[in-house]
Design a protein around this ligand. Sequence first.
Ligand code: DGT
Ligand code: CA
Ligand code: CA
Ligand code: ZN
Length: 583
Amino acid sequence: MENIDIARMFEDVAALLEIQGANPFRIRAYQNAARTIESHTTPLRKLVTEGAKLTDLPGVGKDIAGYITELVETGELGLFKELTEKVPPSLIELTRLPGVGAKKTKKLWEELGIETIDGLERAANAGEVADLEGFGAKSQQKILEGIAAHRRRQARFRISDADQYVEPLIAYMKEEKAVERIEVAGSYRRRRETVGDIDILAIASEPGQVMQRFTSYPDVSRVELAGDTKGTVVLRSGLQVDLRILPPQSYGAALQYFTGSKEHNVKLRKRAVARDLRVSEYGVFLTGGEEEAAAADPYAGEFVAGWEEGEVYEAVELAWMAPELREDRGEIEAAERGQLPDLITLDDIRGDLQMHSTWSDGKHSIEEMLDGCVERGYEYFAVTDHSKALAMTGGLDAAKLRDQWVEIEEIASRRPEIRVLRSMEVDILADGGLDLEDEMLAQLDVVLVSVHSKFDLPATKQTERILKAIQHPAVHILAHPTGRLINRRDPMEFDLDEVLQCAAECDVIVELNAHPERLDLRDTHLMRARELGLKVVISTDAHRVADLGLMRYGVDQARRAWLGRDDVVNTYPLEKLLTIFDK
Ligand code: DGT
Ligand code: CA
Ligand code: CA
Ligand code: ZN
């Protein structure tokens, strides 16, 4: 039971309560607990085993602490069972469809007997949903589109969710003495924003024991395959994990092969063939043109390389390259020319330029966020609370923003070890105007703008809106430019390329929002931004101190986009950064 499973259970409880029309405060309590738990860095099961006081966690009271203990100890929750006696649990999924929510789910269930997404789709296609009070033809159409989108993205796991499952599994596998080396390959190692499944590679002289341990992992719900050297299991979350066990001389070759991507490997293999070599997961072999022999014996031919990954690349006259680059986006050609990019690393980051505090919807005070930034060794950070248009976040108007500056000044006078930048995440209004007076904008050290409403404007209108906003002379950063939420909300429809070109002309920096639910801009967009000469800022959008640690997801994505230190402004020392903002 990982934190994410516990969090999901509380989200489900909240959804069931909402369908039942329970007290909103009670619902909110479970939602808040889910959020705290999801982002908590230590596994709660550890805290439970150690007998730590769970009520010290924000949003966790006595009841919820009891439920966490129950979940960790039994893997089940009595409360959830009780609730599902009254409400079918399949309704939970329905509440998460765009344009549905708990109230509408209740109505669909009570009046049309709909319990599943399939059932909802049938009813909507038959026009029955439109006839319900409070729905209508437009809402019915939106539901159908929502279902289609839901199906498209259901299959893949976000990388941060995968991390929560993979890290404990690898730690568990390492406890088996027969495991000599173990590594996660596949899209996980390439740090794609989502993964289809997990590919693990183990080196062992006793494969049987390793396979035995793998299939006995407590979180396994189904064993699909348990051969001598190949195994596949499905975890309780639905995440599939493949294991391959190979001998030590194949470690590098197998790591290369299973890291992929497939397209990268195809190109690599072509280079090998041109050199009379055969590259497989077993090694690199000199073929002498006898391809048939390999079909019978994968070790046929003279063994040239395989122990380490670098040797495989060397065999085809290429330098080793970071897994994040291996997508056949020109990396093999760049390696051939000796021009692989010098990629940014987490250590290069000197500050974080998007985070929220208790002044709007953040959970920690400015000074608590400051402590978190100091702990990460940062030189600067920006306080970017929301502006007033986002009323539900407690967005600030000019008067409150002035009050915030007083607090910032007071803190800054006591804490000279880090520079606090005055900032705001200013809402881009529907007409492209900014949600803060020019006179105030001029007094900020750095101005972020972003869209948080009217995501569904017609594309031309949306493009015009964003163009107008970034042309405002006070603007420095366009935050989470496409507005997508991975697996939850598609990007807005607009002409991103036109926006990027305009940003290049107006010296506006584009954000790579590091939050693993956003990762916005995504890798391919960032490559385009770089091509246009744009600068990028990687920001966590932290709403609590622990979120500052999400920076690594942003750096991973930046590496996938070939970005180096110079492309990313929050690798710059403070003085250089300030000259950029002084435009
Ligand atoms: P995913 O799981 O959809 O996120 O993506 P990957 O890249 O992890 O793909 P997966 O799990 O199907 O396979 C893992 C790696 O194994 C893949 O990146 C490259 C290698 N591989 C799989 N199938 C083939 C193939 O048909 N040819 C070659 N050359 N390599 C393959
Ligand atoms: Ca995979
Ligand atoms: Ca796989
Ligand atoms: Zn935002």
